[in-house]
Design a binder for this molecule. Structure first.
Ligand code: CA
Length: 228
């Protein structure tokens, strides 16, 4: 899951980025409204955490422009405590949720998880497909109830595919959401990562659509046969 974190206070941004990264998210930071607007308008993020008081362009304007242009990624706004006007304005501008500052990191993470689940159409922290279940809260994966040990990158790629079941996801899209855009990766990296995840899961979950990408079908047989 690739998150855009828009926050001009360096200390807060660093703490949030660190906390989210340790939970397996890929975090891209932006510290002014103009830059944030451009990136949200031209790149793909699974969710945005948006501070409202920003240099260049305030958060409300940024959000309004995204929504006017049809950019509909989930947005969680951060507001100073007590400024309920800002909150109302934020929701009106198209925010999906808000969190007053100062906030507890655990609450931010819980709200972010809820946003991502809602946008994936699931209300539970557990996503189960066939014998494989992924716990977005604990960052754990199990197959037939036995835990599988995945690296951060392996978890990221599996979580992304499991949030988008029934749809073919291209290598390019996976690269973007697993590694970020500014990192040059050879095209083998995703293939290698998928191969490792398949081997660790030991079940046929991720299918290859040659020339298109990868898909986890909505319906997966419960049989745990080892395979490609
Ligand atoms: Ca600010």
């Amino acid at each position: 899951m690739r998150i855009l974190l828009v926050e001009d206070e360096d200390g807060i941004a660093k703490r949030v980025a660190r906390a989210l990264e340790s939970s397996g998210y890929l975090v891209e930071r932006s510290s002014d409204g103009e830059d944030a607007w451009f990136r949200g308008d031209t790149e793909n993020f699974d969710a945005v955490i948006l501070d409202l008081g920003l240099p260049q362009m305030d958060g409300i304007q940024v959000l309004k422009r995204w929504r006017a242009a049809g950019r509909n990624m989930p947005v969680l706004i951060l507001t100073a405590r007590g400024t309920w006007m800002e909150r109302v304005e934020g929701i009106d501008a198209g925010a999906d949720d808000y969190l007053p500052k100062p906030f507890q990191m655990e609450e931010l993470k819980a709200r972010l998880r809820a946003l991502l689940r809602r946008s994936a159409g699931s209300g539970s922290p557990l996503i189960a497909i066939g014998p494989v279940s992924l716990d977005t809260r604990q960052m754990t994966v199990s197959v037939d109830d036995s835990a599988v040990d995945l690296s951060v990158l392996e978890f990221r790629i599996l979580a992304y595919l499991m949030h988008h079941t029934g749809r073919v996801v291209s290598q390019l899209e996976l690269t973007e959401h697993v590694y970020g855009e500014d990192i040059e990766r050879d095209s083998n990296a995703i293939e290698v990562l998928i191969a490792r995840v398949r081997k660790k899961l030991g079940v046929e979950l991720i299918k290859t659509r040659r020339g298109y990408g990868y898909i986890i079908p909505d319906e997966v047989s419960a049989a745990s046969d080892v395979g490609s």
